[in-house]
Every structure is written in C-alpha cells, then in structure tokens.
Design a binder for this molecule. Structure first.
Ligand SMILES: Nc1ncnc2c1ncn2[C@@H]1O[C@H](COP(=O)(O)OP(=O)(O)OP(=O)(O)O)[C@@H](O)[C@H]1O
Length: 258
C-alpha cells in the first residue's frame, strides 16, 4: 500500500543555494515522525515544498497516492494536509473562533458566506464550519476562550490556536513546524503529551523540532537533514548513535544527544 506521504528526489534551489537536495522519504498512515537538523539544514523549506508554499525545483510529493507537487497550498490543505508555521500566523484582532474557522472554511469550501446572501446550502456549510471550529477548539482546550481576541491569548496558547486551525481542516496529516519554540520546560512537556494524545487518536504527525528531548521522547522515527541532504532515517535509538548525525547535527558532541 502507498504511504500517506511520499517524497522523491525533492530538490529546491534558491539561486545558487541548494536548500533541499534530492530528499526522498515516506510517512506511513498513523506514524509520528520527527524531522531534525541544524539551523539552515532545509527543514522549513522541505515543509514548504510538501505543503505547496514553495514549488520544487525537481522531484515529486505524493499524498494519499496522488501527486500534489505543484498544487497551490489551499488545494494541498483541502486534500487533508494541515500545517502550522514556525512564525505564528495569527490574526490578533480577530477572535480565537474566527482564527480557527479559517481552517474549517478551507475544508468545507468557500461557501459559508453564501448563507448571508442566498441561504440554501450555505447555511449547512456555515453550520459545518462552526461545528468543526468548536470541535478543534475543544480538542486544544481553547473552547472557553473562543470569543476572546486572539491578541489576549498567551504565547503558549497561541501555539495551540495554530494547531486548532490545522485540526479544523480535518487533516489526514498534521505537519508541525517547531511547535515547542519559545515554550518553557513545563509547557513543552504538556505539548509532548498533547501530540502523543493526537497520535494515539490516530493522527499522522510530521514534526520539525529543535527540542531534541521532545523529538526523541515522542517520535517513532526520526529523519535528519544536514545541508539540504537527508543523512539519516531511523528510530530515535538509531539516530542517537548514528555517527553521521553526531558529526553533522551535534558537531560530534555526544553529550548534546542525550
Ligand atoms: N526564500 C528563500 N530564499 C533564499 N534562500 C532561502 C529561502 N528560504 C530558505 N532559504 C535558505 O535555504 C536554507 C535552508 O533554510 P531552512 O529555513 O529551510 O532551514 P531550517 O532547517 O528550517 O533552518 P532553521 O532550523 O534555522 O529554521 C538556508 O540557507 C536558508 O537561508
């Protein structure tokens, strides 16, 4: 059976810079996979290639057995690929509910606003958007703050707001770009159990993270990028001992791998 996500020889050049260099790999349905690598390794570019935000120079991305490389981000999203961003993309002057409903609208279509003008199917679309949005807010623990402005949420809660927006899409694959960045140790531990919980419910997750404890603690498999190339792909135990990883990612300092 085809993997949920398959990338093949994915390559992206920025002028003379090879940001992602012939990377291949797969994520199976139900997996929780980590993607790590030093600064500038190409992790975010790889995410952008997968989610349609950056077109590949070469190579293909298949999702659910279909080629999605070259599609616009919203088309990729509608096929069931939800993602968050390293730099939070939140509208501070909109309510928490409205921020998340953007994701639900992406899944239901562009028609909820039709109810304002024509009624008919628009009304059921609007109801579906509302239900999806509240369910996503409930799942991340923000339902009680749905009517507040996003600007009033703490930084940690804004992270969950982003995740809720991706969940509202009803994704088959959830891609998280550095969700623990800026969180303290206890917030990171909470995030770890939250991601574990999603995974236990059947969500397939691809996680880019600098926090090694988080990645090694929750991921079943870890892919390592360095200078745009995939240099390792295996269980956390395997990755911890891989000399190429220690050399490239940790600068040969085994202490940091713990
Ligand atoms: N739009 C762009 N134009 C030019 N160069 C870019 C662009 N986006 C990324 N790069 C370059 O591509 C390389 C990979 O960057 P990328 O952000 O994907 O790495 P990363 O592994 O996500 O790094 P970090 O961990 O610091 O976020 C870097 O050298 C970066 O400067």
């Amino acid at each position: 059976m085809a993997a949920l996500l398959e990338i093949e020889n994915l390559t992206r050049r920025f002028g003379g810079l090879l940001a992602v260099d012939r990377v291949s790999g797969r994520v199976e349905q139900g997996e929780l996979v980590g993607l790590i690598g030093p600064n500038g390794a190409g992790k975010t570019t790889l995410f952008n290639l997968i989610s349609g935000f950056t077109p590949p120079s070469e190579g293909t991305v298949r999702f659910g057995g279909e080629t999605i490389s070259g599609l616009k981000p919203w088309r990729v999203a509608r096929r069931g690929l939800g993602r968050t961003f390293q730099n939070l993309r939140i509208f501070p002057n909109m309510t928490v509910f409205d921020n998340v409903s953007v994701g639900a609208i992406g899944a239901v279509g562009h028609s909820p606003w039709r109810s304002l003008f024509r009624g008919g199917r628009g009304e059921s679309d609007a109801k579906a958007v509302s239900e999806r949005t509240w369910a996503a807010l409930e799942r991340v623990g923000l339902a009680g703050q749905g009517h507040e402005l996003a600007a009033n949420l703490s930084y940690g809660k804004r992270k969950y707001l982003e995740i809720a927006r991706a969940l509202a899409l009803g994704p088959r694959l959830l891609i998280l770009d550095e969700p623990a960045a800026g969180l303290n140790d206890s917030e990171t531990a909470d995030l770890a159990s939250f991601i574990r919980g999603l995974h236990a419910e059947g969500m397939t997750v691809l996680l880019v993270e600098h926090d090694m404890t988080l990645v090694m603690g929750i991921c079943q498999r870890v892919m390592v990028l360095a200078s745009g190339r995939k240099i390792a792909d295996g269980t956390p135990e395997h990755i911890r001992r891989d000399p190429a990883v220690l050399e490239a990612y940790l600068g040969g300092d085994e202490e940091d791998a713990a």
